[in-house]
Write a protein that binds this ligand. Structure first.
Ligand SMILES: [Zn+2]
Length: 418
């Protein structure tokens, strides 16, 4: 097993990264820095690729290879996946690795400042201090500027690994400082191979791989989770529920409701645990009655320090609530986006059927529904519907709440009338 095993269909990228990590291992030896630079080793990297291309996985595998303890020329290529260096990076417990993820819709300047401070200190055990930003496209302007300063004057032993959907998603000034690693979407065959290696049966592997449209994580989910399959079947059945306006609006309500349920399931336990931990840390009581009691007493006879503590605690809890809300909105949007992608895949199949194109269907399991929809409309109408679905995806990006609800409802009516 090596750290590269999880990177499905990325042979060229793995070769380039292995070469760079191998050269980086020479650092410290005679002319090591020169040799490393020649093999393309550099301080800042930008991993790009569409959702599903595992850019964060690629960045993490590279981080592991840079930390691999068996990375000597005699011991084979770096990234054994078994040594302490590889293992701690892969499990996100390495002392020299700091990972930043956007919990909400954006990545703020505070997170980046902490990262930049880390980058300035020498590595504790590994060769490099590695700073991994999983969603560099979500950096706020001030966060991006703080990062840019660090990239302009990199510390000797620091490596920044940024991930974004495309080079256009980060500031040009940041992009120009980075070596770009472009990942491609794995093919259906790549995905089938990965699922078969997971032990999924042949038929399920083929159905899931096609439906996942290049997204390995989603393919695994489709193959494994009966619930995900049922949800997709529900979405694929949506166009069949056309008719009166009322019926049309019930379907998107289901869709948005399901997305909200997804978010609730994913976040509620975690939200409560975080709030509880914060309340305990601030000493404001762990039950609601306890909190009220203490606050009341503090109001009655306010010793100065105590009042400030309670105010500070309230502010911290409010901040936490705000970031949790932001995370929840994002989960809803992600869930809706997946559903719309399924719907777009269905209309693509309908269009292919109508045009007699000999391409593999995305939804081989929905052949009957595809044939029925194909017979009921012209290719032009199908194309209009497909475009409406894709336009709704664009509208939804970054627009949670009521806008999402209205956009999905308006889509349902367009699909009926287009
Ligand atoms: Zn290793």
């Amino acid at each position: 097993m090596s750290v590269w095993d999880g990177l499905t269909g990325q042979t060229a990228v793995v070769e380039a990264l292995t070469a760079a990590a191998g050269a980086a291992a020479l650092i410290g030896g005679p002319d090591g820095a020169l040799a490393a630079a020649r093999a393309g080793m550099t301080h800042s990297w930008l991993f790009t690729g569409p959702s599903g291309a595992s850019r964060a996985d690629a960045a993490r595998a590279f981080a592991a290879a840079l930390s691999c303890e068996r990375a000597a020329p005699a011991a084979g290529p770096p990234g054994c996946g078994e040594c302490v260096g590889c293992h701690t990076v892969l499990t996100d417990t390495a002392a020299d690795l700091r990972t930043v993820r956007a919990e909400g819709l954006s990545l703020g300047v505070q997170d980046v400042r902490a990262l930049v401070r880390d980058a300035a200190s020498a590595p504790t055990s590994g060769r490099y201090r590695i700073l991994l930003v999983e969603e560099a496209d979500r950096l706020t302007d001030s966060a991006a500027n703080a990062l840019l300063k660090a990239l302009e004057e990199p510390a000797d032993r620091s490596v920044f690994l940024l991930c974004a959907p495309s080079v256009d998603d980060v500031m040009p000034t940041i992009r120009s400082r980075c070596r770009v690693v472009a990942l491609r979407l794995p093919s259906v065959d790549d995905l089938v191979g990965a699922l078969l290696r997971d032990g999924v049966d042949e038929r399920t592997a083929h159905v899931a791989a096609r439906a996942a449209q290049g997204h390995l994580g989603r393919a695994r989910l489709l193959a494994a989770a009966e619930q995900a399959r049922a949800r997709r079947a529900q979405v694929v059945a949506l166009p069949g529920r056309r008719g009166r306006v009322g019926a049309c609006l019930a379907a998107p309500a289901d869709l948005v409701g399901a997305a909200n349920a997804d978010a609730e399931a994913a976040n509620s336990e975690r939200d409560e645990a975080e709030a509880e931990a914060l309340r305990t840390a601030l000493g404001v009581g762990t039950t609601s009655s306890g909190t009220t009691g203490r606050t009341k007493r503090a109001t009655k006879s306010p010793p100065k320090g105590k009042t400030m503590m309670v105010r500070g605690a309230a502010g911290a809890l409010k901040d936490l609530e705000k970031s949790q809300k932001s995370r929840g909105r994002r989960t809803v949007l992600d869930s809706l986006d997946r559903a719309l992608l399924d719907l777009a895949g269905l209309y693509r199949d309908v269009l292919a059927h109508q045009l007699g194109a000999t391409v593999d269907p995305i939804n081989p399991d929905a052949a009957a529904e595809v044939a029925r929809l194909a017979a009921a409309a012209t290719p032009e109408r199908t194309l209009r519907r497909l475009e409406a679905v894709l336009a709704t995806r664009d509208t939804l990006a970054g627009n949670p709440g009521l806008v999402a609800q209205l956009a999905v409802e308006s889509l349902a009516l367009t699909l009926r009338d287009a």
